[in-house]
Design a protein around this ligand. Structure first.
Ligand code: SF4
Length: 497
């Protein structure tokens, strides 16, 4: 079960590091301010279990302006929250400078559940060495803590970040954030070097048009009670002076054109974030499924301008390339026949290992080294042609070696099939009622397939060829035809994105 994510910012604005570019490093915090932050945190903790349950919050990320984990009360609070039954994940952004043993002990002494803990660690080359930072990452990893590590993609730090990559276990993802203020695009050489380190780096460079409809499941909360949908969206109307969680979560609000950083685009509820980073993508810890099945129309291909053919948006393309750089086998899962799918997905065709085509009637693995068809052998097509004129459709038959496996009754776009017309069709063509046949409408098309053919069955077949369980795979789609496949892979039910 997945839920909403709360991002706690508190009021802490101080840090033990003094990085030259960071405004918070220059700010001194008084003992009074620290005490205020501590008091706000504890007041938040008190009301958290009830409010989180009522607002569907199942994950909490501390994303302070300064460094929180050097203060023991944050470890204590993380422990309490992790112990809440309805909470799946807790974590914090950190520079990793906290003392490891005492901090983890404090966490466990207060009932913390280690397997729910996730750390987002940022490397600050001005303040620590790659050896020290990687050493702390390795110790946390050895202690069973999930974490990601990363750095800002400063071109002059390229070699150092490469060194850091070599020092980290392969399981720890090392992300690179694009450098704001670079003042120029990355050179091809810089881009390819960073991409070698972070297979997801192209996502940092691709523009992500804002869409607040994907932001309903998270909330940023400050120590003074103010809230925002994301770190770059405007404050929501004030409702409290203390950090408590509004129930229900407020409607998202956004005035941005682009979601320009990971805390923004990485927290959106969409199929890419779920496939790349699991149900709580803001922790930035890759999910790395063993195979990925993707619907085409409405999922990979999106109509960006009315009247224009649908295209693969740049941010989706960057995500697909990330999966491919990670060597995760990709499969199409579409009602389109293979030839049409190839035509529409030419820019990404070679990144895929095969697919479930024609609604599951044609399954292909690795350039047809393995292939399976479910045929429509008992169909008599002659009757269809007699109905074409009266019911205003044309028949498209997809066949392999003369045996049909998919029939599409295609109508003009403005003339979708009505239920009474389908009923009339059924009465005239008895084989449509055969238990060996299934049919469904898709906009202006009526698709007829073998009853054995569907996307879920296709996923099962390919997973058996790969020797994996469908639960180890990920899938995305946006139509009723995708429901079985999504359920099989343990994905949340589809909703149009
Ligand atoms: S800028 Fe923030 S609130 Fe707006 S759409 Fe992007 S992630 Fe959502």
């Amino acid at each position: 079960m997945t839920g909403n994510t709360l991002i706690y910012r508190g009021s802490l604005k101080s840090c033990n590091y003094r990085c030259s570019y960071c405004p918070f490093s220059k700010r001194r915090t008084s003992a009074r301010e620290l005490e205020q932050d501590r008091a706000q945190w504890f007041s938040f903790l008190q009301s958290f279990p009830g409010q989180a349950a009522a607002s569907g919050i199942r994950a909490l990320l501390i994303a302070p302006y300064g460094e929180a984990l050097i203060h023991p009360w944050y470890w204590e609070g993380l422990a309490h929250i992790s112990a809440c039954q309805n909470i799946d994940a807790v974590g914090a952004q950190t520079n990793l400078s906290f003392p490891l043993e005492p901090s983890l002990s404090r966490f466990t002494e207060h009932g913390g559940i280690k397997k729910k803990l996730r750390l987002w660690a940022t490397f600050h080359p001005e303040m620590t060495t790659a050896e020290a930072f990687a050493g702390q990452c390795r110790r946390l990893f050895a202690a069973g803590i999930s974490l990601c590590a990363g750095a800002v993609g400063v071109p002059k730090h390229k070699n150092l970040i490469q060194t850091l990559r070599r020092m980290l276990p392969a399981e720890i993802y090392l992300w690179i954030n694009k450098m704001d203020g670079l003042g120029r695009p990355y050179t091809d050489e810089e881009q390819s070097a960073f991409l070698q380190i972070d297979p997801y780096f192209l996502r940092e460079l691709a523009p992500v048009p804002s869409d607040k409809a994907q932001c309903a499941g998270r909330l940023f909360l400050e120590g003074n009670g103010s809230t925002r949908t994301c770190n770059i969206s405007p404050p929501l109307p004030a409702r409290s002076k203390i950090p408590d969680i509004p129930v229900p979560l407020p409607e998202p609000s956004c005035s941005r054109r682009l979601c320009s950083c990971y805390l923004a685009y990485g927290g959106r509820d969409n199929f890419l974030n779920r496939i790349l980073f699991g149900p709580y993508p803001l922790f930035r810890i890759p999910r790395r499924p063993k195979a990925v099945f993707l619907d085409i129309e409405g999922t990979l291909l999106v109509q960006q301008n009315p009247g224009r053919p649908s295209q693969i948006p740049k941010n989706i393309l960057a995500g697909i390339k990330a999966l491919s750089f990670e060597n995760i086998p990709l499969y199409f899962a579409t009602t389109l026949p293979l030839r049409e799918a190839r035509k529409r997905c030419r820019p990404i065709w070679d990144l895929f290992s095969g697919g479930i085509f024609a609604g599951g009637a044609h399954i292909v693995q690795n350039a047809k080294t393995r292939e399976l068809y479910y045929y429509l052998d008992q169909t008599d097509l002659s009757k269809l042609s007699t109905l074409e004129q009266n019911l205003h459709f044309c028949t498209l038959t997809y066949a392999h070696q003369g045996r049909p496996y998919k029939i599409t009754l295609h109508r003009a776009r403005h003339n979708p099939w009505r239920p009474e017309e389908i009923q009339a069709l059924e009465q005239t063509i008895p084989w449509l009622r055969s238990p060996n046949i299934r049919y469904f409408t898709e906009q202006n098309c009526l698709q007829i397939l073998s009853a054995k053919a569907n996307k879920a069955a296709g996923v099962r077949t390919i997973c058996s060829w790969l020797n994996i369980s469908p639960r180890e795979a990920a899938a995305a789609g946006d139509s009723p035809e995708d429901i079985g496949m999504l359920k099989l892979c343990g994905e949340p039910p589809y909703h149009p994105e």
